[in-house]
Each structure stands twice: as structure tokens, then as C-alpha cells.
Design a binder for this molecule. Structure first.
Ligand SMILES: Nc1nc2c(ncn2[C@@H]2O[C@H](COP(=O)(O)OP(=O)(O)OP(=O)(O)O)[C@@H](O)[C@H]2O)c(=O)[nH]1
Length: 406
């Protein structure tokens, strides 16, 4: 969001609590970039890289995936530079991409990420601003549980109050006002399915062009000032880090105050298809602390043609059936994230949801299978189909979109 010199590539940090819509926003940007070439760095908290898999278009060299741990603590500035160098390597002396978006995990500390970008020694990049995505339907509950969220909003340059479709008009206004209060210096926009004007994030049009009521200049007039403010905020934290250094701790390694310190993740993979009734009983009975579930489910003969992307955010649950990619090994891959969860017990419960009627290896790969579900298995799917997205909801990822090429 800050203005880069023609030689510099802005690096935008995309943050927001678990399930707020960061991957949805990144996908939207990738599909509506209007020719702007976007490089993406995707950071998953769980050890299976579900977010990276969901970033549509399989962007090849323009996507870097950083799994298993929050970027803010798992990686230091030097390591981030390795990835930035990879993405910014010129081709025939020209930049291959125009902007980099770092999608943080849902419980990363945004100020750590901003600091890392500001500390980058890569002369080709410049910090491009912090975008915070907020789930309008979950805002109150999230803020109550994690007051730190207000601190994150205060650092943001742009806040996207997402999932506007899930709240009534009056409620939306109330959340918007609360977010505006917390996000002292950010532009705040509402969105459904993160459909925002990409120009809010990067400068792909002349700066005089208007975006609704706001001009690009209105949004960015104070960029330099903001960057100073960021530096001041970060400087305060640096004092703390220096103290850590003296105490022999790796900077950034003390994540006691970070959101993710309270969270655990469970990774579950199975080549035995899931029994739909058992999995639904597991999902319907999930504990309060198990806030986020994402991944892909193989229901075997319940629906041999499709895999089911699944997303749970708080009490919200949706399945998105999509045809199995050709040649893809049929696996169920799930990541569960929550606080106060018993990871081992959850893993065992999921394992007990596997179907007793056949293993993936027995059934062979997709092309060898019958496409017709067995009638009994089809009935078992009814509980799942209750949670299949409404018509009109865009799927969280869609591999048939255009992809940015580099
Ligand atoms: N109803 C509704 N659902 C949305 C909207 N935006 C995203 N979703 C759904 O919310 C779920 C989570 O979206 P993601 O984009 O994966 O969220 P995320 O912030 O990347 O999640 P984490 O990386 O786990 O923190 C998915 O099921 C999305 O389809 C929206 O505006 N309205």
C-alpha cells in the first residue's frame, strides 16, 4: 500500500484471525489482479499445508509455502529474505512480479511480520502495508477471547470487515463502528467473500482514479507517516527483544504473549475414506475450543467423483465438493486448530471416523473407480449435504481461474 519506487516490489502482509477469510482474499486478488503479477508467501500453522493447497492456480514459482508454525516465530528475518529473494529474482533484468502478498497464519503476530519485512535486506522490496481481515460474524467473540486483536487492528493500514453476508445490516454497522474505533489509522471496508477492489492493496491504476468514495491518494496520503508510526511501535518492541537477547533468547522465540501460544494444531491424514455419518457426528459434537477445521475429505463410495473441501470456523461449517484433480491420490487431509484441545484424543477420534468398508489402496486411484455412489452410501451423505455451500456462494478455491504467470 505504500508507494514503491519503480525498482521496488511492495510486500503486503495479510493477517487476520483464524478463518476470517485471508485465503479467500488472496485467491480473489490472484483472480482479479488485472494483470498485476502477484507473488504469494503462504504460512500454515498446521503441518499439512491446506492454505497453500487452497491458493488457486497452483502458481508454481510465484508461490512459496511455509508450513508448520507461525511465520512470526518459526522464521526469522534472514530466512524470510531467502523466500523474498526467490520471488524477486529478476528475469532478463526485469522484475517477474509486481507485488508480494504474505498470508500469515490465523494466529500469527502481525507486528512481527511487519518487522521482518521492514528488516529485509533485499533492496528490491519495500514494505507495502498491513491488511487485517476481520470475520464480521465472529468479531465480538474473537475480541472477547483475544483482546490482542485490537492491537493488531491498530497496526493495520487496511481492514477488510469480511463475511458481511453473515450479519444483518444493523449488526454490520455496529461491528464496523467497533472496528473503526480499534483501527485508528486504517481504511476500513466491508466485503463478502473478500471481494474488494485490488487497487486498495496495490497500485495497479493511475493514482487519480477514484475507488468509490475514496481515492487511492486518500488512502495513501499518510503512508510515510504511517511507516514512521509502525517504526515507533516496533521500536518499543525492539527494546523488549534486546532484553531477550541479553537473556540469551533468540529474538522472536519468546511467543508467550502471542495468540498462537495458546493454540495447538492436529494434522490428520488417512487413505481410508471417511464414513460420512461418523465424521458428521464428530463435527456436530466438536468442542468449543476447536475453533478451526480445514482440509479435504474423501468419502469414498459416498461420492467417488468429488473430494469435499471442509471449513469450520467457530460454529460455522461448510463443505465444498469439487471433482478430484486428475491423478490426485485420494486422501483425507485435515488440520484442526484450537485452544485447550487434546490433540491425541482428537486424532484418535478422527481415525475412528474412517469407513470400515475399504481402504484407498484397495479402491485404487480415481480413474479406476466407478463414479456411481452406492445407494446406501448416498443416504449416509445426507448429513454432509446439509452443509454443502448455498448456491451462489463462491467456493473457497477454484482451480479453473486464470493464474498469474511469471
Ligand atoms: N459466508 C461467508 N463465508 C466466507 C466469506 N469469506 C470466506 N468465507 C468462508 O470462510 C471459511 C474460511 O475462509 P478462509 O479464507 O480459508 O479463511 P482464512 O483466514 O484463510 O483461514 P485460516 O488460514 O485458517 O486462518 C471458508 O469456508 C470460506 O469459504 C464471506 O464473506 N462470507
Amino acid at each position: 500500500m505504500s508507494k514503491a519506487s519503480p525498482q521496488q516490489i511492495p510486500v503486503v502482509v495479510l493477517a487476520g484471525f483464524l478463518g476470517s477469510g485471508k485465503t479467500t482474499l488472496l485467491n480473489y486478488l490472484l483472480h482479479h489482479s488485472g494483470g498485476t503479477r502477484i507473488g504469494a508467501i503462504v504460512n500454515d500453522f498446521g503441518s499439512i499445508e491446506i492454505d497453500a493447497m487452497a491458493v488457486a492456480g497452483q502458481l508454481g514459482d510465484s508461490t512459496v509455502s511455509l508450513g508448520n508454525g507461525c511465520l512470526c516465530c518459526a522464521v526469522d528475518a534472514g530466512e524470510l529474505d531467502v523466500y523474498l529473494d526467490k520471488l524477486t529474482r529478476p528475469v532478463n533484468d526485469l522484475h517477474a512480479i509486481d507485488v508480494i502478498v504474505i498470508e500469515a497464519s490465523g494466529i500469527a503476530e502481525p507486528q512481527e511480520l511487519v518487522r521482518m519485512v521492514l528488516a529485509s535486506e533485499n533492496p528490491r522490496v519495500v514494505y507495502g502495508g498491513l491488511v487485517e481481515v476481520v470475520d464480521a460474524a465472529e468479531f465480538d467473540a474473537t475480541r472477547e477471547k483475544h483482546p490482542e486483536v485490537e492491537r493488531h487492528l491498530a497496526l493495520a493500514d487496511l481492514v477488510v470487515v469480511n463475511k458481511a453476508d453473515r450479519v444483518e445490516d444493523g449488526e454490520r454497522q455496529r461491528v464496523l463502528d467497533a472496528v473503526r474505533d480499534a483501527a485508528e489509522r486504517a481504511a476500513v471496508v466491508t466485503a463478502s467473500y473478500a471481494r474488494i477492489d485490488p487497487d486498495l492493496l496495490f497500485d495497479s491504476r493511475p493514482s487519480t482514479e477514484r475507488i468509490g468514495q475514496l481515492s487511492f491518494d486518500d488512502l495513501h496520503r499518510e503512508d510515510l507517516h504511517r511507516e514512521d508510526l509502525h517504526r515507533e511501535d516496533l521500536h518499543r518492541e525492539d527494546q523488549h527483544r534486546d532484553d531477550q537477547h541479553r537473556d540469551g533468547l533468540r529474538p522472536g522465540a519468546d511467543h508467550r504473549g502471542h495468540l498462537h501460544a495458546a493454540y495447538d494444531s492436529v494434522a490428520f491424514t488417512s487413505d481410508v475414506p471417511m464414513d460420512p455419518r461418523r465424521l458428521m457426528a464428530f463435527l456436530d459434537g466438536r468442542a468449543e475450543g476447536l475453533y478451526r477445521i480445514k482440509g479435504y475429505v474423501d468419502f469414498g463410495t459416498g461420492d467417488p467423483r468429488n473430494r469435499y473441501a471442509v471449513h469450520a470456523v467457530g460454529r460455522f461449517l461448510r463443505f465444498y465438493p469439487e471433482p478430484w484433480p486428475a491423478g490426485e491420490r485420494r486422501l483425507t487431509q485435515l488440520v484442526l486448530i484450537g485452544s485447550g484441545i487434546d490433540a491425541e484424543a482428537l486424532h484418535d477420534e478422527l481415525a475412528a471416523c474412517a469407513s470400515e468398508s475399504g481402504s484407498g489402496s484397495e479402491r485404487g486411484s480415481g480413474s479406476e473407480q466407478s463414479d456411481a455412489p452406492h445407494p446406501a452410501d448416498e443416504r449416509g451423505m445426507w448429513g454432509v449435504l446439509r452443509y454443502v455451500q448455498d448456491k451462489g456462494d463462491p467456493a473457497p478455491d477454484a482451480a479453473d481461474y486464470d493464474t498469474a504467470e511469471i
